[in-house]
Design a protein around this ligand. Structure first.
Ligand SMILES: Nc1ncnc2c1ncn2[C@@H]1O[C@H](COP(=O)(O)OP(=O)(O)O)[C@@H](O)[C@H]1O
Ligand SMILES: N[C@@H](CCC(=O)OP(=O)(O)O)C(=O)O
Length: 361
């Protein structure tokens, strides 16, 4: 059994921007409980920026990226020092893993990260993961660690993802509102209809409940169950108590390549399909041929991820394109046989092969 535990900034730090030893202690206890029964655990911990505020005399979470990066550099050191000491007391060694979007979205990096985790777990280390905030720029930033945790859960082939926050589960509306009711189980998207997650959460956390639901969607679609509860109930959660909200799997594990394609990659352009090509992709699971494309938008190279949109510009799929954006215009609407005859055999390929295509709905 392999568990990924993700804990948010609001559950680890005091409002004045320092680490809260008692609250970190409950998370450490949960990890130690998992390890004591012989299971493996990866800890995804936020809190670097929040823990850097106090030492830098910053009153609140900075809005600008350079100050966030500086705070993260200071706070991450304190965070990992605290974890190292706490886990050492239980005889466990900590390894720090700082990831960028590229590490979970580029195929070669993904493989590399997978091997690193495999070795750390084999050696009995507790990997403590965070985004590499000090180098991540705004364009390539996760920002919140919820989605990062879901992608890490897929990366390490986790059996469960535990999201720990300052709230003890999902509610029908903001938990401060008197009418909000707890939700014990989410089995499909339909169970989320009418649930209000619009209001943001704590002052130090990012994304609120919205990013947690996104993380739950990513993980459950890949066959990984997700439990959302408060950090205070972490030990009960890892002991299998039915605390918080359980999101049950909705899909099966997918190839890592398709996982990052759907959830982590940034597309470089769009291919607009005609109605026939749309049907071929959606109903028959066919590859995308030049004959069914009516327009090409953006500037991309062969191998880049692109969005595939229908005539109304609704995204229906994402795929790895086999041609550069400047090669495609002369190919549009033409049959594969024509392309081969007029432009050479290298143009005979499908524009996106079905194995490199993922339907988005
Ligand atoms: N429907 C809802 N159910 C539960 N919490 C909600 C809901 N809508 C908004 N929230 C807010 O989301 C917050 C958790 O998000 P966040 O502060 O980003 O946490 P973390 O730092 O743990 O990632 C909760 O404290 C809560 O105030
Ligand atoms: N990587 C950032 C995490 C950002 C963040 O606030 O995430 P979260 O508290 O999980 O919503 C940090 O360590 O400060």
């Amino acid at each position: 059994m392999r568990v990924v535990v993700k804990v948010g900034s609001s559950s680890l730090t005091t409002p004045d921007g320092h680490l809260d030893p008692d609250r970190i202690g409950t998370v450490v206890d949960a990890v130690v409980t998992v390890r004591a029964r012989g299971d493996e655990v990866v800890l995804v911990s936020s809190g670097a920026i929040a823990a850097g505020l106090g030492p830098l005399n910053l009153a609140r979470r900075p809005r600008d990226l350079p100050t966030q990066q500086a705070a993260a550099a200071v706070g991450q050191r304190a965070l990992i020092a605290h974890y190292s000491e706490s886990f050492a007391a239980a005889g466990l060694v900590v390894g720090q893993v700082l990831l960028t979007v590229d590490d979970v979205s580029r195929r070669s990096h993904y493989r590399n990260a997978h091997q690193t985790f495999a070795k750390l777990l084999e050696l009995g280390v507790v990997p403590v993961v965070n985004e590499n905030d000090t180098v991540a720029t705004s364009e390539i930033r996760f920002g919140d660690n919820d989605r990062l945790a879901a992608l890490v859960a897929h990366l390490v082939h986790a059996d469960e993802l535990l999201l720990l926050s300052d709230v003890d589960g999902l509610y029908t509306g903001h938990p401060d509102l008197p009418d909000s009711q707890p939700i014990r189980e989410v089995r499909s998207e339909a169970d989320l209809a009418g649930i209000d997650v619009a209001r943001v959460g704590s002052a130090v956390g990012t994304g609120g409940m919205v990013t947690k639901l996104e993380a739950a969607r990513i993980a459950t679609a890949a066959g990984i169950p997700v439990r959302l509860t408060s950090a205070a109930r972490a030990v009960e959660a890892v002991e299998g108590e039915p605390v918080g909200t359980l999101f049950t799997p909705t899909g099966k594990r997918r190839a890592a390549r398709l996982m990052w394609l759907a959830h982590a990659s940034e597309t470089r352009g769009r291919l607009v399909l005609d109605a026939g090509a749309r049907r071929a992709l959606v109903e028959r699971g066919a590859s995308l041929l030049a004959a069914g494309i009516v327009a090409v938008e953006g500037d991309f190279a062969a191998g880049d991820p692109v969005d595939v949109v229908d005539p109304e510009r609704v995204v229906i799929a994402r795929g790895l394109v086999n041609f550069d954006s400047d090669e495609l215009p002369e190919m549009l609407g033409r049959s594969t046989a024509d392309l081969a005859a007029e432009l050479g055999p290298e143009r005979e390929r499908e524009v996106i092969h079905r194995d490199d295509l993922i339907l988005m709905s």
